[in-house]
Structure formats: C-alpha cells, structure tokens
Design a protein around this ligand. Structure first.
Ligand code: ADP
Ligand code: MG
Length: 561
C-alpha cells in the first residue's frame, strides 16, 4: 500500500467550497475563528477522553492553541495539542460531508440565493472557510493514541482534489497551515491576528498563544520562541455576574458558534445546595435555518460541562424539544465525570437541572414580555410557533406557556399576533364563558370566515389562528384560567334567551325547507339546522363538538392520514 494518495472531494464538498469561498469574501477574517473553534473542540475532546485514559495526555497536559505566522513563507498556522485525527478521520471529516446539516445547507443555498455568513456559521462548514484566504491548505495531524509514525498530512488547493500522505509527527494534535493568497498579506501582522483573536475567540476556554512579538525590537522579523496568551481563556460562566459586562456575554455567545448575530437575551444563574450547578442560557435573535426547516437532529449549542470539563453537546438531554432554540452552557458540580449519553437520559440529577433550565428560560421570556416589548415581539416572530409545541409537550408548564402566546383577533390589529389570552379574558362580554377561536390556513381566510358573523354582531371577540400548529396546540390546551377554548365552527353558539326563542320560531317556519334540504343532501350532511351563526351569508357548514375542524382534517389529508 502506498502512503501517498490523491483523492477527489465528494461532489458536495466541491460545491460547499465554491459557495463558501465566494460568499464569505466580505467576512473573510472569520476563517481564524473557525479554525480556532475546531482546535478548541479538539482540546475538549482530548480532555474528555483522557478522563478514562490519562495516558493520552502523556507529558503534555497543558492544552493550548498556538497561532503563528511566517512573513517569508506567507503562511499562518493554527496548531493545537488536542485529540488529532487518524487517516480515516481526516478523510471522513474534511474530505466528505458527513453532517446532514451541511447537506441541508447545500439544499438551502442552491439556486440564486447567496450564502451569508450567518448561515455558514450555523451549518458548521467552518474548516472550508480557510480557502477564503488561502490558495493552499496543509493539515498535519496525529491522533492522541497513535504512534509518531502514523501522522497524516492532508493538502489541497481547494479545487477538487486533496493529497493524503503518512508522515512522522512528533507531537499529537493538529496543525492547519494556510498558504495565503497573493493579496491577503494583512493577516501576516501580529496586531491584526491578535485583534481578531480577541474579537472572535476571547472566550475560548483554552489559552490561545502567539509568539511574543519582539520583531519590532530586534528588527530581524523572527519570533523569539516565547509564547504569550492573548485571549481571556476563562470559563466566563464561572465568574460572578457583577464582573461580566454585556459585551462579555455577547462575545461568549458568539464563541459558542452557530450564530454570528447578537443574542436577543440571556440568563445566568448559579444554584447552590445539595446539587450545585451554573446555567448560562441565551435566546437567539433569529431562528436558525434548521428550526425553520423542522430539523431536529442538528440540535447544537447547549453544552454540558462538569466542573468546567466539556462533556458533550447535550441540548436534547437538558431542554425539552420546544425550547430547542436555546443556546448556552450548563456546568454541573455533582455529576459523575464519566457520564455517557445513555446515563444522562435516565439521570435524576439531570432531570432536576433540566427543570431548572426550563424555569429559567420561561422566566426570561416572561421578563421580555413584561419589560421589553420590542424584544418580545422579535421573540414571538422567531420562536412563537416553537413555543406552542410546549402546550402539548410540557403539561407541567402549560399555563405559563399559554400566558406567553400571542394571537391575532377580531379586535386586534389586523394579522398582527399581539393578543394574549389574558387580554382576551379581560375583554370578555358579560355572561361570556368561553374563549372563542377560529383556525384557518391564513389570516385572510380566518378573518373573512362567515362563521364570525354572529360573533361580530354580538361584539364577541374571536381569536384568529392561522399557524399550522394552532389547531393541534389548541386541542391540547383545552382551557385557560378556567375558560374553555371553543372553536366557532363547532357545536352550539352562545345564545341568550331571546336568541333561542327566535331560533325556535325560525326553525318551525323553515320546517318544510329543512326537510327538503335534508332529502337533497342526504348522507353528505349530518343535519340541516336553522342557525344563529350567520347574519349576512345564507348558509355555512358547521361541525358537531366532536368533529375534526376542517383545517385539521385538511392537514391530515395532506399528510396522507
Ligand atoms: P464542525 O466544526 O462544525 O464539525 P468543521 O468544518 O469546522 O465543522 O470541521 C469538520 C470536522 O473536522 C470537525 O468536526 C472535526 O471532526 C474535524 N477537525 C477539524 N479541525 C480539527 C482539529 N483541529 N482537530 C481535530 N479534528 C478537527
Ligand atoms: Mg468547526
């Protein structure tokens, strides 16, 4: 077997490379952030694996990331002493597109749409951002448990092929060497690299070091061989709140990855007691692409630490599905360090932490609703529908969640979803005992429905629901603050005595007509009745209390049920 081989990138990789290099051009500096974040992940992975196998660390237990540059060779090198990769891992991780997220990214980006930096960050096509500034990238790596002779060299110009070679590597870990394109010399300056590290990677939990820059002094342009740490390198969440500025919180959020925007809001708490833990949780400003596409398997961004050691991405273990948009960190003091995902799924302590996370997030959303209406509107737009899933998923917090939902209504501002159930109850007419709603495919269909005529005439407000999830959600909710939620298209209407009398008389008068209609329509209807539902339209379809709403029936038909 030869140790050197040339391989082609998967077709998709070539496509991603093309997209990334062309669309990231205005954000090209983020290549450094992406490479440092990979190096940091590699250090996290090694620290975790070394819990069970301390020998992996050897004599080199101070994990760090080194960024250096060479003005003559015009290279930048990002080196870590983390977990490293085997040949197979190199091929799997940077020669193909393993993650389904990246595939979805490609689908999303195909056509005329331009990939923007925000999306690229979310889909984790980070490594390829190296080719925005480099026309050749060399990766030297050795897995922590592999012998020195089993190092791997990967090299590519990012055009379609890469070369793999077995090489001798004295130390474990990975070095990524960027051979800069002709006009990218700005990155060969110490102050520029340093300021980029501070800007994007200050909160990486490992020291990021650069050669001590003595070149100005001795004038020979050669580094002195000494290193200095240029980032903060502390675990932000372990500091007291009073020592953390908003800028720190925002910077830390961005260092978590998957979002280049500022967060909308955050909540940072320490729980002391029989079980101690710290949570730092963020709500993003915009939904990630994945959430909009209904994706679930790409839930990233909530990291579980145990005593400051990164254990795993544990969004699914730490938060219910309806809060899957939350990002951040949970650091527990009392979990066993050797936990596996299986153990986590049945861990009582973790259940408690999860409940605390839910409480914190709901507290935070409530605070937005109360004190920061603009942010709350942004929140509802981005995640209002996701939150609705909580009505069925989280029975314990059903009322709290229901209180946070906002709807359009016949007494609201057009299609704007701003009316809370409490607003509605506050405006209920005398003797009204139910919360009335209508579901439809769109605002226009809901607001224009003939079913609303009688309610308008009586001045009874009706919530207009037109999001796909509403029919299903409202079925789970059932009632709120002791008031039943009732669909205007179902069952009997709220009639007073006078109405009832009128209806009886009308029914008597219309007897022959009703009989005729029933004969004509036969099996197609359950009954034909005189109705108080309508004031202008001559007739409408109505449902009995136990029938499926037309909107839901249609959804199920679409889903092939
Ligand atoms: P992501 O970091 O979102 O997984 P990237 O494109 O940044 O996507 O990296 C792809 C994969 O390559 C990583 O998941 C990791 O397995 C591997 N990788 C990249 N850089 C390193 C490194 N410095 N050390 C070890 N593995 C790495
Ligand atoms: Mg990455």
């Amino acid at each position: 077997m030869t140790t050197t081989e040339t391989r082609k990138f998967e077709a998709e990789v070539a496509q991603v490379l093309h997209l990334v290099t062309h669309s990231l051009y205005s954000h090209k500096e983020i290549f450094l952030r992406e490479l440092i974040s990979n190096a940091s992940d590699a250090c996290d992975k090694l620290r975790f694996e070394s819990l069970g196998k301390p020998e992996l660390l050897g004599g080199d237990s101070e994990l760090h990331i080194d960024v250096s540059w060479d003005e003559v060779a015009r290279t930048i090198t990002v080196r870590d002493n983390g977990i490293g990769m085997t040949r197979e891992e190199v091929v799997a991780n940077i020669g193909t597109i393993a993650s389904s997220g990246t595939r979805r990214f490609l689908e999303a980006m195909s056509g005329e749409q331009k990939a923007d930096a925000r999306l690229i960050g979310q889909f984790g096509v980070g490594f390829y951002s190296a080719f925005v500034v480099a026309d050749k990238v060399t990766v030297l790596t050795r897995r922590a448990d592999a012998p020195a002779g089993e190092g791997v060299k990967w090299e590519s110009d990012g055009k379609g092929e890469y070369v793999l070679e077995q090489v001798e590597q004295a130390g474990r870990g990975t070095a990524v060497i960027l051979h800069l394109k002709a006009d990218e010399d700005e990155f060969l300056k110490a102050w520029q690299l340093k300021s980029l590290i501070r800007k994007y990677s200050d909160h990486v939990a490992f020291p990021i070091r650069m050669p001590k820059d003595e070149s100005d002094k001795n004038g020979d342009g050669k580094p002195t061989g000494e290193w200095e740490t240029v980032n903060d390198a502390s675990a932000l969440w372990t500091k007291p709140k009073s020592e953390i500025s908003d800028a720190d919180y925002i910077g830390f959020y961005k260092s978590l990855g998957h979002d280049f925007n500022d967060p909308l809001a955050w909540t940072h708490n320490r729980v002391e007691g029989s079980q101690s833990f710290t949570t730092l949780l963020y709500i993003p400003e915009q939904p990630p692409f994945d959430l909009m596409m209904g994706g679930r398997d790409e839930r990233k961004g909530l990291k579980l630490y145990i005593k400051r050691v990164f254990i795993m991405d544990a969004a699914e273990e730490l938060l219910p599905n309806y809060l899957r948009f939350v990002r951040g960190v949970v650091d527990a003091d009392d979990l066993p360090l050797n936990v596996s995902r299986e153990i986590l799924q049945h861990n009582r302590q973790l259940e408690r932490i999860k409940a605390a996370c839910v409480k914190r997030v709901l507290d935070l959303i409530e605070k937005l609703a109360k004190d920061e209406p603009e942010k709350f509107v942004t929140f509802c737009k981005a995640f209002g529908n996701t939150l609705k899933e909580g009505i069925s998923e989280d029975a314990t917090n059903r009322e709290r969640i229901a209180k946070l939902l906002r709807f359009a209504s016949t007494k609201g501002d057009g299609a704007k979803q701003t009316i809370s159930l409490d607003d509605y109850i506050g405006r209920m007419t005398l003797g009204q005992d139910a919360i009335w709603y209508i579901t439809a495919d769109s605002y226009v269909a809901a607001a224009g429905s003939p079913q609303l005529e009688a309610f308008r005439a009586k001045g009874i407000e009706v919530l207009l629901m037109f999001d796909r999830i509403d029919e299903w959600m409202v079925g789970y909710l059932g009632e709120y603050e002791g008031k039943k939620l009732r669909n205007v298209a179902k069952g009997e209407l709220p009639l007073d005595e006078a109405d009832k009398q009128k209806q009886e008389e009308a029914t008597k008068q219309a007897e022959p007509l009703l009989k005729k209609l029933k004969e004509l329509l036969g099996d197609r209807v359950g009954d034909v009745k005189v109705s108080a539902r309508l004031t202008d339209s001559p007739s409408c379809l109505a449902l009995s209390d136990y029938e499926m709403a037309p909107h839901l029936a249609r959804l199920l038909r679409e889903a092939g049920q």
